[in-house]
Design a protein around this ligand. Structure first.
Ligand code: FAD
Ligand code: MLT
Ligand code: ZN
Length: 485
């Protein structure tokens, strides 16, 4: 490892074998071995952008086992990377060098569910979709939903403070998480798995771990409040001819649908064309003509007739008064999934088109498309955008309802030269409009040194002091999250 404060993994491999070490590359025949390809998936991120060289993946089955491993690493000054479903988009969940990967996929028990309050207590390694199905059987749902739900863990969601598709209605994990169990960098277990809705006794320590991206502790258990699953869902997608029309549509839809509006997502024509060209089979453009912009709205309510009536009246008005150019309404659950797939498959389609530079920004909604257009014209003027050029496409999409823009820039290859064409321009632009360079994906390895575009020096110093307090040896997720970490 580069950092002085951590020991090379080689010393660990010569240590006595442990039942906790389930994947290890060593000549010691008493320890289960794995070849390089077994280790590759733990060392490589979802985008194929970040790669580490850890020879050791540990998959503990209990909080106590996590604590033992972490304590061992603390005593020996060995760096670790907490890893959930490895769907993160900023390189936070894979090693930079040869840090030990502590993968939580074997810590996956549902501990309890209270059907009166809707409070779920579970291990951090539970997959989000498994939890959603579990509480769904009892009439509830998880307060968050992401395209990565089939792989991401609730612990990873909490560690990144993931936003996603239900944020508009159900808000942030800072509000929905009631308690956490965390293994601290020295191996101590901080048992804060409260199920209380109200608790004003002292500092709310769990908030520090929500969004801390494995920098100050390893989350092993989560207590979270789940809302009632709406009895009726409706989904509609509209085609619009300008971004101004998208902007105007949001307050209009909010005012008309009120409490039943559960998502308001947008994507541009470039995103739609990626989806049509590269997404999984079955994803189809429901419109006859192309439109410059698309908006997906979802409603979720307790009375289908009431929702249908509200939505039909709105759709009629939107078409008649030309708020939108065209629109489709799903008539059954299959069509609901098909319409959602248009939006949810954008990241996957971009990944199939090339190497993707992902930017996850929040800013005033009226600025969003300006940045996307400026990015395109910047590349065009330099002759680097188009088929067989450095960049093949710049797509804009995101959670308009939350002021969150995703810009994906599809490149032929990841290279320093390509990155220099985008950065720091994109961060400076975002900072100049008082936006955030990390709306929901986190900082990870990608943006550890960029936090200053969105936070003051004083805030960063306090964060660094907190990091030292929890992790004095700097063994948790080194080279990530904060400058100089
Ligand atoms: P990982 O990728 O394994 O880890 C992410 C970070 O959390 C790392 O820094 C890791 O060290 C840390 N970590 C993981 N588990 C723990 C733990 N138990 N304790 C402490 N630290 C831990 N994100 C959104 O916010 N909104 C979206 O809509 C969204 N959609 C996505 C769609 C797709 C197709 C993909 C691939 C990703 C998407 N993401 C989205 C990003 C990603 O899925 C989320 O950040 C997710 O919360 C990461 O969970 P994970 O279990 O995969 O974590
Ligand atoms: C999304 O909104 O689709 C996610 O945040 C993932 C992404 O931007 O790639
Ligand atoms: Zn998103």
């Amino acid at each position: 490892l580069n950092a002085d404060h951590v020991t090379s993994i080689a010393s660990l491999l010569s240590a006595p074998s442990s039942s906790l070490l389930t994947t290890i590359s060593t000549s010691d025949s008493s320890i289960p071995t794995a070849d390089a390809s077994d280790l590759e998936s733990f060392n490589t991120d979802w985008m194929n952008k970040y790669k580490g060289q850890s020879p050791l993946v540990v998959k503990p089955k209990s909080t106590k086992e996590v604590a033992d491993v972490v304590n061992y690493c603390y005593e020996h000054g060995i760096a670790v990377v907490p890893q959930g479903g490895n769907t993160g988009l900023v390189g936070g969940g894979v090693p930079v060098h040869d840090e030990v990967v502590i993968n939580l996929s074997n810590l996956n028990n549902i501990r309890s569910f209270d059907e009166v309050s809707g409070t779920l207590v579970c291990d951090a390694g539970c997959v989000l979709e498994v939890l959603d199905n579990h509480v769904g059987e009892k009439g509830y749902m998880m307060p968050l939903d992401l395209g990565a739900k089939g792989s991401c863990h609730i612990g990873g969601n909490v560690a990144t403070n993931a936003g996603g598709l239900r944020f508009l209605r159900y808000g942030s994990l800072h509000g929905n998480v009631l308690g956490l169990e965390v293994v601290l960098p020295d191996g101590r277990i901080l048992d804060g798995l409260s199920t209380l809705r109200k608790d004003n006794t002292g500092f709310d320590l769990k908030q520090l771990f929500i969004g801390s991206e494995g920098s100050i502790g390893l989350i092993t258990g989560v207590s979270i409040v789940t809302p009632r699953r709406p009895a009726a869902f409706n989904v509609s997608v509209f085609g619009l001819n300008s971004f101004e029309a998208v902007q105007k549509l949001f307050p209009k839809v909010k005012a008309s649908l009120g409490e039943i509006l559960s998502a308001f997502e947008f994507f541009d024509a470039h995103a739609m064309s990626l989806v049509k060209g590269h997404a999984t089979a079955g994803v189809k453009d429901p419109f006859e003509a192309a439109h410059p912009f698309y908006v997906l709205i979802e409603t979720g309510g307790s009375n289908k007739d009431h929702d249908d009536e509200k939505l039909s009246a709105l759709l009629e008005e939107l078409i008649e008064d030309e708020w939108v150019d065209d629109g489709v309404l799903a008539e059954n659950t299959t069509q609901i999934s098909q319409l959602w797939a248009l939006r949810e498959s954008i990241p996957e389609a971009a990944g199939k088109a090339g190497r993707v530079y992902k930017y996850d920004l929040s800013m005033p909604v009226e600025k969003m498309n300006e940045l996307v257009e400026e990015m395109r014209s910047r590349f065009e003027s330099k002759g680097i955008l188009g088929a067989d050029k450095m960049f093949s496409s710049v797509v804009g999409y995101g959670h308009i309802g939350d002021g969150n823009l995703h810009i994906n820039i599809v490149a032929k290859e990841y290279s320093d030269e390509a990155e220099r064409e985008i950065e720091p321009f994109i961060y400076e632009w975002t900072s100049n409009v008082n936006g955030s360079i990390s709306a929901e994906h986190g900082l990870g390895r990608m943006k550890a040194e960029k936090i200053g575009y969105s936070k003051s020096d004083e805030s960063i110093r306090i964060m660094q002091d907190l990091k030292k307090l929890f992790d004095p040896k700097g063994i948790f997720n080194p080279h990530k999250y904060l400058p100089g970490a």
